[in-house]
Design a protein around this ligand. Structure first.
Ligand SMILES: Cc1ncc(COP(=O)(O)O)c(C=O)c1O
Length: 402
C-alpha cells in the first residue's frame, strides 16, 4: 500500500525537483519526428532531436519496418537464447560489425542496456574462478549516464575508478603511469566518441597510443558518432583515421540510424560470445522486434550506398557554426552536428530557450549538473534535413531574442 510515509516521500521529492528548477515537462509532438514538428498546433523547427540524418520518418525505413513486421511478425515473445533469435537479428549484427569495423556485434534493446551489460560482464570473475582480482577503469568525466551507471553494476571491491577531466589525455596518461606497477587484472579506458553536451570528439589516436603503451583495453561509446562522423558515417574512428583499431565500440539505432530504439556492442568475436553467455541485460530481456531490426538493416544499406546524408548534416552544422561565430555568439569548435550556444548563466539559458520556443524554435537549454556550473548552454542538433532557410530563419530569431 501507499503509506503516508512513502506518499510524502514521493511528493516531497517531486516538489524539491520543481523548487530547484529541475522539473522536466514533456512537450507533445503531434506527428512524426522531423525538422518541422507541430507542438500545440504550432509549427516548430526542431533542433533538439538526434535525428542527424533525417531518417526518423524516412519512407525507405518505414517500408523496411513494415516488411520486417509482415515477414517476421510483431515480436519474438522471447529472449534471444530461448527462442527469440531470427535470421535478421544475425544479419543486422553482421552488418553493423562490418560498418563499424569490429569482428562481431551483439544487439541489445538499447545502448543504455548494452553499456550496462558490457561492464557487468567484463568486470566480473570468470566462470568457476576463485582467483582474487581487481580491475581499474579510466573514465572521461563527461561520459554518458549509462556508462556511469554501468560501473555501479560492478562489485565495488573489484573495481577502482579513476575519472579524468573531460578530454584531458595528459591527466589520463598520468593516472596510467601512476598505476603502472599496481597489480590490476585489467585496465580499461572508457570514453564517449562524441561528447553529447559539447559535440566534441575524444582524441582516439592518443587513447589508442596510451592503451597500447599501458596494455589497457579501449572502449568507445559512439552513440552520437555513428552515421555522422567520418566521410562515410562509420563513426568517430573513421573521422580520425583509426577505423578498425578500437577494441570495443557501443552504439545505438536510436539516433542517426532511424531514431527508433536498439543498441549494440561491437568487439572481438570471443567477447561478443561471452556477452551472449553472461550479459544479463541481453539474456533476460526480449529480442529487438523485426520491424526495428529490418529498418536498421535498411538504414545501413542506405548509408553504404550513399554518403550524402552524412555529408549534408556536417555541411549544415558547419554553416550553423559559422553563423554563430559571425554574430559573435560563443560556441565550441567541432565538426559534429551538436552545436552548443554557450550562455553561462542557467536562468539566462532557460529564458532564451523559452523565447526561442515562443518564436518557433525547438532547442533545449542545459544547465548544472548536466553541464559544469556556470556553463549553461542551448544545444542545437542539426539534421541533414534542415534547409538553409531553416538555419537562416533560426539565426534571425536568435538575433531577435538574444
Ligand atoms: C553517449 C550515449 N550513450 C548511450 C546512450 C543511450 O542510448 P539509447 O537511447 O540507445 O539507450 C546515449 C543516449 O542519449 C548517449 O548519448
Amino acid at each position: 500500500m501507499y503509506t503516508k510515509k512513502i506518499t510524502d516521500q514521493i511528493e516531497g521529492d517531486l516538489k524539491a525537483i520543481a523548487d530547484n528548477g529541475k522539473y522536466k515537462t514533456e512537450r507533445l509532438i503531434e506527428g512524426a519526428q522531423g525538422t518541422h514538428v507541430i507542438v500545440d498546433g504550432k509549427e516548430m523547427i526542431m533542433f533538439a532531436s538526434n535525428n542527424y540524418l533525417g531518417l526518423a520518418n524516412h519512407p525507405e525505413l518505414i517500408k523496411a519496418s513494415v516488411e520486417g513486421m509482415s515477414k517476421f511478425g510483431f515480436g519474438t515473445a522471447s529472449v534471444r537464447f530461448l527462442s527469440g533469435t531470427q535470421t535478421i537479428h544475425r544479419d543486422l549484427e553482421k552488418k553493423i560489425a562490418k560498418f563499424i569495423g569490429t569482428e562481431d556485434v551483439i544487439l541489445y534493446s538499447t545502448n543504455f542496456m548494452s553499456n550496462l551489460g558490457l561492464f557487468a560482464t567484463l568486470v566480473n570473475e570468470p566462470f568457476g574462478s576463485t582467483e582474487p582480482w581487481k580491475d581499474v577503469i579510466y573514465s572521461d568525466a563527461n561520459n554518458h549516464a549509462s556508462i556511469i551507471d554501468a560501473f555501479k553494476l560492478c562489485k565495488k571491491e573489484n573495481l577502482d575508478k579513476r575519472i579524468y577531466k573531460g578530454g584531458d589525455t595528459a591527466m589520463l596518461a598520468q593516472f596510467l603511469e601512476e598505476d603502472k606497477n599496481k597489480n590490476y587484472r585489467n585496465k580499461i579506458i572508457v570514453t564517449d566518441g562524441i561528447f553529447s553536451m559539447e559535440g566534441t570528439m575524444a582524441d582516439l589516436p592518443k587513447l589508442i597510443e596510451l592503451a597500447e603503451k599501458y596494455e589497457a583495453l579501449l572502449f568507445v561509446d559512439d552513440a552520437h558518432g555513428i552515421g555522422v562522423m567520418g566521410e562515410n558515417g562509420k563513426g568517430t574512428a573513421e573521422a580520425q583515421e583509426v577505423f578498425g583499431k578500437i577494441d570495443i565500440i557501443s552504439g545505438t539505432l536510436g539516433k542517426a540510424l532511424g531514431g527508433a530504439i536498439g543498441g549494440y556492442i561491437g568487439g572481438k568475436k570471443s567477447l561478443v560470445d561471452l556477452l551472449r553467455q553472461k550479459s544479463r541485460t541481453y539474456l533476460f530481456s526480449n529480442a529487438v522486434p523485426a520491424s526495428i531490426v529490418n529498418a536498421g538493416i535498411a538504414s545501413l544499406d542506405m548509408l553504404e550506398a550513399d554518403n550524402s546524408f552524412t555529408k549534408k548534416v556536417k555541411e549544415n552544422a558547419s554553416y550553423f557554426r559559422t553563423k554563430l561565430e559571425e554574430n559573435n555568439w560563443p560556441t565550441l569548435p567541432g565538426s559534429h552536428a551538436i552545436v552548443p550556444l554557450m550562455i553561462g548563466d542557467a536562468m539566462k539559458a532557460s529564458d532564451l530557450s523559452k523565447k526561442l520556443f515562443e518564436n518557433g524554435i525547438y532547442a533545449t537549454s542545459l544547465s548544472f549538473p548536466v553541464v559544469p556550473e556556470g556553463e549553461a548552454r542551448i544545444r542545437f542538433q542539426l539534421s541533414a534535413l534542415h534547409t538553409k532557410e531553416d538555419i537562416d530563419k533560426t539565426i534571425e530569431i536568435i538575433k531577435k531574442v538574444w
